[in-house]
Design a protein around this ligand. Structure first.
Ligand code: HEC
Length: 243
């Protein structure tokens, strides 16, 4: 019986191990902090969705994500989603698109902002997490900012009001680092936490089934533990008169 219990434990802990997403693209990542997202934290996903709609959706569509599915998975009512997240003429059954004409976008930014439904799958959650924390002041760029994770990126630092202004003290190769020189409305810790929520939301859209899998995995583990306990007591009961 003992061996069966330890087998159950081994099986259940195996379910907890997930393969970390590999960051796409070569080169050293800086900053290089783990995103540490928790897909089981529904409040964080809701906060991330709100940030996404307010700061990102204007440029980046999510063509593969439906509002109705978002409502269901993030435990929001359809009305709450329509009132708080959907702007304009869209209906609850529509996908998360915007009204920016592609030709204009290419003109404004030199390139069309890509759809981000699957970006966490292509880039990895750590890459996206660090990218959104890596903008720094660079007057030589069209929008006055550059990015250590994505050099010469065509995206403005839309979250600057929250994060504030960073500078890069020296070339990265010369040991330079990012330094906050002007505070935004959030503290550094709060900003990181918000980005974590935002990335968690994008990780969800990249793989909606993962949400179900993770909560199912937890239930399976709880079941196995309870079942293991029952089996153990039964065994004690059966054998108690024999010794
Ligand atoms: C004003 C328009 C605009 C807004 C708003 C905006 N972006 Fe971008 N973003 C861009 C453009 C343009 C690019 C493409 C940059 C390039 O290829 O040089 C980009 C690129 C990206 C990329 C890299 C995609 C890839 O794999 O190459 C990510 C990730 C990203 N944005 C996330 C976000 C997030 C998250 C938000 C909201 C906080 C956001 N963006 C808001 C314009 C925008």
């Amino acid at each position: 019986m003992k061996s069966i219990i330890s087998l159950l434990f081994a099986l259940s802990s195996g379910l907890l191990v997930s393969v970390p997403a590999l960051a796409a693209g070569g080169g050293q990542l800086y900053p290089d902090d783990p995103a540490n997202i928790k897909l089981t934290n529904t409040a964080a996903l809701q906060h991330g969705a709100k940030l996404y709609v307010n700061y990102c959706l204007g440029c980046h569509t999510m063509e593969y994500q439906r509002w109705s599915r978002l409502a269901e998975d993030l435990q929001l009512s359809d009305d709450a989603v329509m009132d708080n997240l959907v702007f304009g003429e869209q209906k609850i059954g529509d996908t998360m698109t915007n009204t920016m004409p592609a030709a204009y976008a290419a003109n404004w930014f030199g390139t069309q902002p890509p759809d981000l439904t699957l970006v966490v799958r292509s880039r990895g959650e750590d890459w996206v997490y660090n990218y959104l924390r890596a903008f720094y002041k660079d007057e030589s760029r069209p929008y006055g900012v550059n990015n250590t994770v994505f050099p010469d990126v065509g995206m403005p630092h839309v979250l600057a009001p929250l994060q504030g202004t960073q500078i890069l003290t020296d070339d990265l190769s010369a040991g330079g680092h990012l330094e906050l020189v002007e505070e935004g409305s959030l503290s550094a810790g709060e900003y990181d936490e918000s980005i974590r929520d935002l990335v968690a939301f994008m990780a969800y859209t990249a793989e909606p089934m993962k949400l179900k899998r993770e909560s199912l995995g937890l239930k399976v583990i709880i079941f196995l533990l309870l079942f293991g306990a029952v089996a153990w007591f039964l065994k004690k009961e059966y054998w108690k008169d024999i010794h």
